[in-house]
Design a protein around this ligand. Structure first.
Ligand SMILES: Cc1cc2nc3c(=O)[nH]c(=O)nc-3n(C[C@H](O)[C@H](O)[C@H](O)COP(=O)(O)OP(=O)(O)OC[C@H]3O[C@@H](n4cnc5c(N)ncnc54)[C@H](O)[C@@H]3O)c2cc1C
Length: 429
């Protein structure tokens, strides 16, 4: 008699912050198949200076063209901002600047305690502030200025190997030196433990029979395929997961947040902020953060950004916006509310003051393009789900484990918090 017990199966959709962590944690307990819409991530490898010389020709007229330079970077437009996300192995974490910030206040408020998971993450991942030892004079000066202005800057904890960092400033277009950690390493771990990875496989919808998902339907390299599993985890990101749910007859709420980003910049010849690790430090303000950040989208596509990168200063504002947007099919509906605009105005005023202290008069300063890269919140966890971490609207064997379940906009880097939440979900299963 064959007494072998067949291992249960799981399908995990997406390989970003939530998906990769789920796949790594579940493989072993389950036999995992990972479905990823994109392919291998390729960092931007051309010379920024050479590409910048083409700016006056008008070649760069639409931000969506960035995909010609960085195939894994998907840029979409809403009514008043540009949305950026990563499609491919590692999801948006390959485009991230490596910030590893714990920001789980809203989850704590609804009774979800992630202490244990964060402690595990600090053990398992290369979270470090070591990069401070390599700071350029410009970074050091900016940090001291923030301190003098009472803005309480903190050295940003980063997911990286500081010794490998070349200080090229290209963190957000892919690190070609292997200094930055991203979730491709978790996918590798899962695959080494026996998980199956299917790339070029876009999940379209779920077949639901009664209260169970009976198949995950996808288009893989142009062919329709169907995957069956005991457990299904959606982690296609804040703009990907709600669309799969909608196509499966499970509507999400109109509570999309995106953390809008606006850079304020100005001329400072020879500053060389382009050779600075992006976001080396962060200043937490009420409802937003400030950090030095050279904005590539504005640099290439915004007509006000005419200067060479080496001769400009740029400071990012990242705002916790009101949860008022949605995504449906291919359409993203997201606008700044009056409250968002008022908060942004206050943040711009303060940022302008910083630049004045750096020696850039207000009349010479200019704004970047409003953009955002932290979408989430359309199936927010509530107190009712604090034990199960399973939304009542979902079939019993379907979980969501990405930014879609975050209850509130953070205005802060979410990767670490999403991974902690994914770990907790995996442990609960
Ligand atoms: C330029 C930039 C810099 C950033 N820097 C930081 C930072 O330093 N620190 C930080 O904490 N956060 C940062 N973020 C935000 C962070 O990267 C994201 O919030 C985070 O990765 C979201 O995780 P996720 O699992 O929800 O989705 P994602 O990481 O976006 O992963 C979604 C995955 O699903 C796949 N997918 C999508 N649709 C489908 C489908 N239909 N079928 C199959 N697969 C699909 C995608 O290819 C992707 O692999 C940054 C974002 C941007 C744009």
């Amino acid at each position: 008699m064959n007494t072998a017990v067949k291992k249960k199966t799981a399908v995990v959709v997406g390989t970003g912050a939530g998906g990769a962590m789920m796949a790594k944690e579940l493989q072993g307990k389950y036999q995992v198949t990972i479905l990823e819409a994109g392919g291998e991530f390729k960092p931007f490898s051309l010379s920024v200076n050479r590409m910048a010389k083409l700016r006056p020709t008008g070649l760069y007229f639409d931000e969506r063209m960035i995909r010609m330079l960085i195939p894994n970077m998907l840029v979409e437009k809403t009514q008043d901002m540009i949305m950026v996300r990563g499609i491919g192995l590692g999801g948006t974490t390959t485009l991230a600047t490596g910030n590893a910030v714990r920001y789980d206040g809203a989850l704590k408020e609804i009774g979800i305690d992630l202490d244990e998971q964060f402690n595990e993450l600090y053990e398992e991942l290369p979270v470090t502030t070591d990069h401070q030892k390599n700071w350029t004079k410009t970074t050091q000066k900016m940090f001291r200025l923030f301190e003098r202005m009472g803005l309480d800057p903190i050295v940003t904890p980063k997911l990286m190997d500081a010794d490998k960092c070349a200080g090229c400033g290209h963190c957000a277009v892919g690190c070609k030196y292997g200094a930055k950690w991203d979730t491709r390493q978790l996918v590798d771990e899962a695959v080494r433990s026996g998980a199956e990875l299917v790339t070029g496989c876009t999940v379209t919808d779920l077949e639901i029979t009664g209260k169970e998902v009976t198949a995950v339907r996808a288009r893989c390299h142009g062919r329709k395929r169907s995957f069956r599993a005991d457990l299904v985890v959606l982690a296609a990101g804040g703009l990907g997961t709600p669309v799969i749910l909608e196509q499966s007859g499970i509507p999400c709420s109109r509570t999309l947040f995106v953390d809008p980003v606006l850079c304020v910049a100005g001329p400072l010849p020879g500053l060389r902020q382009d050779r600075q690790l992006l976001m080396p430090f962060i200043s937490q303000q009420e409802g937003y953060i400030l950090a030095p950040y050279m904005d590539y989208l504005s640099f290439f596509f915004n007509k006000d950004w005419r200067l060479p990168m080496r001769d400009m200063a740029s400071i990012m504002i990242k705002l916790a916006d009101e949860e008022t947007g949605s995504v449906s099919g291919k359409k993203i509906d997201k606008q700044m509310t009056d409250t968002d605009k008022a908060h942004m105005e206050g943040a711009v005023k303060l940022t302008r003051e910083i630049l004045v202290h750096m020696g850039i008069p207000e009349e010479k300063q200019f704004l970047g393009t409003l953009n955002a890269g932290h979408p989430g919140g359309m199936l927010p966890l509530t107190e009712a789900e604090k034990e199960t971490l399973h939304h009542a609207a979902l079939p019993g064997n379907l979980y969501v484990a990405d930014a879609t379940i975050l209850p509130k906009a953070m205005g802060n880097p979410p990767i670490l918090t999403i991974m902690a939440l994914a770990k907790k979900i995996a442990a609960a299963l």
